[in-house]
Design a protein around this ligand. Structure first.
Ligand SMILES: Nc1ncnc2c1ncn2[C@@H]1O[C@H](COP(=O)(O)OP(=O)(O)OP(=O)(O)O)[C@@H](O)[C@H]1O
Ligand SMILES: [Mg+2]
Length: 188
């Protein structure tokens, strides 16, 4: 992807939550978001900011032991994975990973490197790095949908009040993405 990463300096946790909310509002459903960065850098905090923007006010547990937590929001599913404790990427096949990525669902994946080879490719990656007591965050696109998300983030017209899915992804683009995923047999 030629699109340059979107970079932002996040001075404190509140800034991470706020930016995550902006990011969430650009996401079309059917997206796969990887979160990368060292232990305790702020990946779960970022997902919490996304879930808050979706109207979820409850506790956001880190799914370190359960591997995945599901949130039913606005009639759709948001899946939050933490693969840190995945012993083998094959475990994802047993979990039926393929069933999680649907046009009406969103997937956030912490520690995607643990599922390499089995995990579907992301649309965007969030990279978070420590910068003193603060954080530097980059958003990198990995699909045409990912590029649109970045355009949405960079848009000067971007409004915080936009509902999720405001970035316009045509049904043909989403169908092409779904068709590019491994067939059911590839996951069994
Ligand atoms: N922009 C920021 N500046 C400073 N601290 C931050 C910032 N964003 C988040 N934090 C803090 O960093 C910590 C991040 O914890 P969090 O559980 O989100 O990390 P994580 O990357 O999910 O860790 P793990 O790899 O163990 O799952 C929290 O204490 C949070 O307050
Ligand atoms: Mg975490």
């Amino acid at each position: 992807m030629k699109t340059k990463p979107y970079l932002i300096y996040l001075p404190d946790e509140a800034a991470t939550l706020d930016f995550a909310g902006r990011f969430y509002r650009t996401l079309p459903f059917g997206c796969m978001v990887y979160l990368r960065g060292t232990l305790g850098v702020g990946k779960t905090t970022f997902v919490r900011g996304c879930l808050r923007a979706a109207g979820y006010q409850g506790k956001v547990k880190s799914p370190t032991f359960t591997l995945v937590e599901e949130y039913a929001l606005q009639g759709r599913s948001v899946y939050h994975f933490d693969l840190y404790r995945l012993s083998d990427p094959e475990e994802l096949e047993w979990m039926g990973m393929r069933d999680y990525l649907r046009p009406d669902a969103l997937c956030f994946i912490e520690w995607p490197e643990r599922g390499e080879g089995v995990l579907p490719d992301p649309d965007v990656e969030i990279h978070i790095a420590i910068e003193g007591f603060s954080r530097n965050l980059s958003v990198l696109p990995f699909s045409t949908i990912g590029c649109k998300i970045l355009e949405g983030l960079s848009s000067v017209d971007f409004k915080r009040s936009l509902p999720p899915g405001s970035v316009d992804v045509s049904s043909a683009e989403m169908a092409a993405k779904m068709a590019s995923l491994p067939g059911k047999s590839g996951w069994e």
